[in-house]
Design a protein around this ligand. Structure first.
Ligand code: HEM
Length: 410
């Protein structure tokens, strides 16, 4: 259907079949963005042109790069009954109760690789050494410090984790790759292949709820939710020193505690406190709300605060350009801007009033899930510094200019 500029210097051969499926107009748009990408230009565009470029990318992405994996096996339900975040993410999409729940398939933006070398092309050691390895830690703390690194892990643990097989496997790194690394082999659990019952044959499932529902502090299922709740005044468990409570084995008690460390745990404690103070505020205003109603309302508020911080604070720091600032604010408030949205709400659809607060989900004909590619780009382990320095910040000890170092973790 689409028109073709087939020379391979311009278009990688693997992209030909993608373009050939596009409408004439869309393939024209594709060639424009592809040219801009080849020239490395978009971030130098004036803001409006840059926003138009991002808009075209999003249009193509929504039309050609949302690939559902697995069937839709849920049922309809009474949406009025479930106007809150459920423990396992069920009943949060009006057309089907299972969409976005724990244990659903992770989608895709591209079909699985068709190369005869499978995941060995490009070879993982090339990816590890050329793409992912950090040659030198560049401290750009003014823009993007270790708290920002903790934040993105905090978000990942709200959204997505591949279910793993129980057999541990060990990979020995080739000599050239392992030479600079104290570990000569890597042990890990392989992603579990689950039969998908569709033309993909198999896929991976998400052990977390992919909704932006604060499951990182609230848990991903009924048991997780019960573990963190006090069941009085809708509060979540937090210890007297303002940090997370720990169980008898010393393991922190929170919604998701996998790969925990101080930066991540600190954000969990902070948002438990946020939830608890929202509960207090709501209880004062609505004294007849019971524990359950208070909990549900406070969770909606806290999850929305988390989503807002990520969209129009964190992401703007990460991708610090005027075009990104405009793009992310348009996502949230629409072209009409914050003042108009604050006054009249999300009345004029996603472009004018932003994506937040729409009456119906816009999932472009594909049931909502996060995707394999989304997870890959968020494997931002190289944001972690080699050494974490803990300083003594107790008021009586603080040397404000240079607080004493308590411990260093390597
Ligand atoms: C001390 C901190 C961290 C530790 C110990 C840690 C450890 C791990 C481990 C063991 C896995 C699973 C093994 C694997 O699939 O490779 C994993 C997966 C992952 N980590 Fe981290 N990580 C940390 C920080 C971060 C940070 C800062 C990010 C930034 C976004 C991040 C993003 C991810 C992602 C996206 C995955 C894949 C999840 C999936 O399989 O669906 N991690 N991490």
């Amino acid at each position: 259907m689409g028109f073709s500029l087939s020379s391979s210097w311009f278009l990688h051969p693997e992209l030909h079949h993608v373009v050939s499926k596009m409408s004439f107009f869309d393939s024209f748009l594709f060639y424009i963005v592809h040219l801009v990408d080849k020239l490395g230009l978009w971030h130098r565009f004036p803001v409006l042109l840059g926003v138009a470029y991002l808009g075209i990318r999003r249009h193509l992405h929504q039309r050609y790069n949302l690939i559902h994996v697995g069937g839709i096996n849920g049922q309809g339900y009474d949406t009025d009954e479930f106007s809150y975040r459920t423990a396992d993410g069920k009943c949060n999409h009006p057309s089907d109760d299972s969409i976005g729940s724990q244990g659903t398939f992770i989608g895709r933006n591209m079909p699985p690789c068709t190369s005869q070398y499978g995941i060995l092309d490009p070879h993982p050691s090339v990816v590890a050494t050329k793409l992912l390895a950090r040659k030198r830690f560049i401290d750009n703390g003014d823009q993007f410090n270790v708290i920002a690194c903790s934040w993105i892990q905090f978000m990942i643990h709200d959204w997505v984790d591949h279910l793993e097989d129980t057999n541990q496997i060990e990979l020995e790194a080739p000599e050239g790759v392992a030479s600079g690394c104290p570990l000569k082999s890597f042990k890990f659990f392989r992603t579990k292949k689950v039969l998908s019952g569709d033309h993909h044959k198999s896929g991976a499932v998400n052990t977390r709820t992919p909704w932006w529902d604060g499951s990182v502090i609230y848990g991903n299922d009924e048991a997780g939710m019960r573990r963190v709740r006090v069941f009085k005044d809708a509060k979540l468990r937090i210890s007297g020193d303002g940090l997370l409570e720990r169980d008898e084995r010393g393991v922190p008690i929170s919604g998701d505690i996998r790969n925990s460390w101080s930066g991540f745990s600190m954000l969990q404690a902070l948002f438990v406190k946020e939830h608890n103070s929202v509960c207090e505020m709501l209880k004062e205003r609505y004294p007849d709300f019971d524990d359950e109603k208070l909990y549900r309302t406070a969770r909606l508020v806290t999850a929305a605060v988390i989503a807002k911080i990520h969209t129009i604070d964190w992401t703007l720091e990460l991708l610090k350009t005027d075009t990104l600032t405009a793009g992310m604010r348009i996502n949230w408030y629409g072209f009409l801007g914050k003042k108009v949205k604050d006054k009249i709400g999300a009345r004029f659809g996603p472009i004018l009033s932003g994506l937040v607060g729409l009456k119906k989900p816009r999932d472009h004909g594909v049931p909502y899930s996060l995707t394999e590619e989304f997870v890959s780009v968020y494997r931002m382990h190289c944001l972690l510094p080699d050494t974490l320095i803990l300083r003594d910040m107790r008021p009586e000890n603080v040397d404000k200019e240079n607080p004493a170092i308590e411990r260093e973790y390597r």
